[in-house]
Design a protein around this ligand. Structure first.
Ligand code: TXA
Ligand code: MG
Length: 315
């Protein structure tokens, strides 16, 4: 298959491909998405094939207007106020809501669940693509399953050249980590995946708020059980900075190629994280050592991605 590269002035053509049941990767404010018509079961199946994604890991549906939400999801009476508050404050933006699904949404998209994930991205190109396609767009992050999410055109091309119909070539994504996934079907609204909208901001809007534990208990988000974001290099997370230097020397004595990444709780860092992972693979790095940072602000999402990428943790 030849993958067509679209400029940002060619969104109409890309939208036609989506409408006709094809796959197009497109930029959002978080990471690139691999999109298909969310209401077309056959089209959405192709997403799972192209990514090598397990079929029980559901997709996020992207919409271009708040009105479109009601065509996809049902909003229970006791959630109407919360949904109103959240979408007024955070949409368009990196907040994904989990709600009961409507029948129009094929089961392939939701991995067999009767809930659906929806968000309205804060990116002009993404919004224009959805509008011109005239349908909501189901899109996971644009990366081969298990690999770091694609946050720039080059990395999406690397993973999908020859495997999908098109890619919209645009700038690197601003936030660089994915959206916050918030479950509104549980008794207390629960963050299933920390992301672009911070816990602190959400808590201010809806004081009753929980964060799901990654391990143990019933897994609410199928995505939580899979290893993610992994570069080829072994990522090792250090809870205490003091142990890092000796560990590094030990590896270097064995002739390993080692780099240390010092994270910070900022967008400047989050937007580079997955890129750095991929650059390490090109440089054939064996080990990436990372000291932990406080799980505050965007630091919570950054630490979540590092923990998921990590082969081990030194305590
Ligand atoms: O920022 C983002 O969210 C990006 C851009 C492209 O929008 N998308 C993204 O999609 O990160 P993906 O597929 O890589 O991650 C979606 C996450 C997964 O962890 C999945 O398990 C969860 O959302 N999810 C989707 N539908 C769900 C549902 N009905 N219930 C619980 N979790 C759900
Ligand atoms: Mg992903």
């Amino acid at each position: 298959m030849r993958t067509i590269i679209f400029g940002t002035a060619e969104i109409r053509k890309a939208a036609k491909i989506i409408r006709d049941g094809g796959l197009v990767a497109f930029p959002t404010e978080t990471v690139y998405g691999l999109g298909a018509n969310a209401l077309d079961e056959r089209a959405t199946k192709k997403i799972f094939e192209a990514k090598g994604r397990p079929s029980d890991n559901p997709l996020i549906i992207h919409i271009a207007s708040k009105r479109q939400l009601h065509k996809i999801a049902r909003i229970p009476e006791n959630r109407k106020e919360i949904v109103r508050v959240l979408i007024n404050k955070f949409w368009p933006g990196p907040l994904t809501l989990i709600l009961p699904k409507r029948k129009t949404v094929p089961k392939t998209v939701t991995g067999g669940l009767n809930t659906v994930a929806v968000r309205m991205p804060k990116n002009k190109i993404a919004l224009e693509l959805i509008k011109k396609a005239g349908v909501p767009i189901a899109a996971p992050s644009a990366n081969i399953s298990g690999k770091p999410s694609g946050t720039c055109f080059e990395h999406v091309l690397e993973d999908f050249d020859g495997k999908i119909d098109g890619i919209i070539k645009s700038r690197s994504c601003k936030i660089g980590v994915e959206s916050t996934v918030l479950d509104l079907t549980s008794r207390v609204p629960t963050i299933l995946r920390p992301g672009g909208v911070n816990y602190e901001e959400l808590k201010r809007a809806i004081p009753k708020l929980k964060v799901a534990k990654g391990r143990g208990g019933k897994i609410k988000s199928p995505g939580m059980k899979y290893r993610h974001y992994s570069p080829n290099a072994k990522v090792i997370l250090f809870e205490k900075n003091s142990k890092l230097e000796n560990y590094k020397l030990g590896l270097e004595k064995k002739g390993k190629r080692v780099i240390v990444i010092y994270p910070e709780s900022s967008l400047r860092f989050s937007r580079r994280l997955f890129k750095v992972f991929r650059e390490c693979d090109k440089k054939k790095i064996d080990y990436i050592l990372i000291p932990a940072i406080e799980k505050k602000g965007i630091g919570l999402a950054i630490m979540n991605r590092i923990e998921k990428a990590a082969a081990s943790v030194v305590r």
